[in-house]
Design a protein around this ligand. Structure first.
Ligand code: 0L1
Ligand code: MG
Length: 253
C-alpha cells in the first residue's frame, strides 16, 4: 500500500473542500501507518509553505473514547493556515461540513523533546487561553474508523484562540459555553477534558515523543473538547466563553 498516495487523497480533499470515501474502505492500515499518512499529508502543506504551529488532542473525554472503542487519545498537527484571528471570519466555502467545539489552548514556552511529568509542566507553559476548534472530516457524512480519522489529521481545519492568560493549575472545573448568535448551543466543563486539561497536555508530550514530533517554544496545544461539536451555520457568530479564561469568537460567512 502506498501511504503517500493516501496522504495525497486526504490533503487534496481538504484543499478542495471535497469529501472522499473512507480510506479504510479499500485499504487496510494500522494506527502507526495512519499517523504516517497524517505526517505525509501535513508535509505536503509544509512543502506548500505552511508552518507547523502546534498540536491538537482529540478524544479527550472518556465518553468519546468509549464511543470509539479506544483507550487512548488521538492527536493531530496544526499549521498556520488553520489559524483564524479572534474576532475574525471563517468562510463556509473553504470547508466540507464544519463543526465547532469549545476548547482550552496552552502556549509552550520552551522546547519539549520527551514526555514531561504532569507536575513539571508549568515550566513549559507561559499562557492558557479559551479557544474554539473547527473540525471538518474529509470523509463523506463525517463517518470514519479510528485509523481514518488519524490519517485525516483528526479532522483539524481551524483554530481560534482567545487572549493569553497567566497559566494556572486550577482549571479542572471551568464552565465552558458555546453560543451561535447569542443562543447557547453547547455547555460543558473543563472537567470533561480528562478530568483536567493539564492531563491532556501531559498526554500530548507522551504521544509527541512516541511519534518523534518535537513540540517547540511558541507552539500551541489544543487540549480537546468538553462538549459535542456543533455544525456551523451560515451568517452567524460563534462565541465561546470559558470561566476565568474569557471569550473567543469568530464570524461564519
Ligand atoms: O476532539 C477532537 O478534536 C476529535 C476530532 C476527531 C473526531 C471528529 O472529527 O469528531
Ligand atoms: Mg477538538
Amino acid at each position: 500500500m502506498n501511504l503517500e498516495s493516501l496522504a495525497q487523497r486526504v490533503d487534496e480533499a481538504a484543499e478542495n473542500a471535497k469529501p472522499i470515501k473512507q480510506l479504510s474502505h479499500r485499504n487496510a492500515f494500522d494506527l502507526d501507518q495512519a499517523y504516517e499518512i497524517q505526517r505525509l499529508a501535513i508535509q505536503r502543506r509544509i512543502d506548500r509553505g505552511e508552518q507547523l504551529i502546534g498540536l491538537k488532542m482529540g478524544f479527550t473525554s472518556v465518553a468519546k473514547m468509549e464511543q470509539m472503542g479506544v483507550h487512548d487519545m488521538i492527536w493531530g498537527r496544526l499549521t498556520d493556515s488553520m489559524l483564524i484571528e479572534n474576532g475574525g471570519k471563517a468562510a463556509l466555502s473553504k470547508y466540507i461540513h464544519p463543526r465547532a467545539e469549545p476548547e482550552i489552548c496552552f502556549r509552550i514556552s520552551k522546547d519539549i523533546d520527551g514526555e514531561i511529568d504532569l507536575k513539571d509542566l508549568d515550566e513549559y507553559v507561559d499562557g492558557i487561553a479559551s479557544a474554539v476548534e473547527i473540525i471538518d472530516s474529509r470523509f463523506e457524512n463525517f463517518k470514519f474508523s479510528l485509523e481514518d480519522v488519524v490519517a485525516d489529521n483528526c479532522s483539524s481545519i481551524g483554530v481560534v484562540v482567545g487572549d493569553w492568560k497567566t497559566p494556572s493549575r486550577e482549571i479542572s472545573n471551568l464552565k465552558m459555553i458555546q453560543s451561535f448568535d447569542a443562543e447557547i448551543v453547547a455547555e460543558g466543563s473543563t472537567q470533561a477534558i480528562l478530568g483536567d486539561p493539564w492531563k491532556s497536555l501531559q498526554a500530548a508530550t507522551r504521544l509527541a515523543a512516541k511519534y518523534n514530533e518535537p513540540i517547540k517554544a511558541g507552539h500551541i496545544i489544543m487540549a480537546g473538547a468538553s462538549t459535542a461539536a456543533i455544525f456551523l451555520k451560515a451568517d452567524s457568530e460563534v462565541h465561546v466563553s470559558v470561566e476565568k479564561l474569557g471569550d473567543v469568537r469568530f464570524e461564519v460567512i
